[in-house]
Design a protein around this ligand. Structure first.
Ligand SMILES: [Zn+2]
Length: 120
């Protein structure tokens, strides 16, 4: 991971935010606060937010997502982890869980794409 971080401006409030250079080509950037306001309906972008880079602090993002989603998405892996890593805090567990589960899900999705094509 030697991705460069560049500085861009939030489209809505003009605040300086960070953006990985890989997402530099996206025209719109949005800070996490404005993104929350968009979700709450306080800001209404005219053209939608399809191609927008949001500067969500990654650790918060994963923590929230992990705690919300892992137990529901990956109950079996979650159970195994609970057995083996009982010394971890719930948050650590959730994060480890999410990373593992997510990687497993990606493996699964990229494993056999031919079966997933009803296009013909
Ligand atoms: Zn903003």
């Amino acid at each position: 991971m030697d991705e460069k971080i560049i500085e861009v401006k939030c489209r809505f409030c003009g605040k300086d935010i960070e953006c990985p250079s890989a997402m530099q080509h996206i025209e719109d950037h949005c800070c996490s606060e404005c993104y929350e306001k968009i979700n709450d309906g306080d800001i209404k972008p005219e053209e939608g937010i399809k191609d927008i880079h949001v500067d969500i602090p990654m650790c918060d993002f994963i923590d929230n997502l992990a705690e919300d989603a892992t137990e529901n998405l990956f109950p079996l892996i979650w159970k195994e982890y609970k057995k083996e890593k009982a010394t971890l805090s719930k948050k650590e567990l959730a994060r480890a869980m999410f990373t593992t589960g997510f990687a497993a899900a990606l493996d699964f999705l990229s494993g056999d794409p031919e079966q997933e094509e009803p296009d013909e």
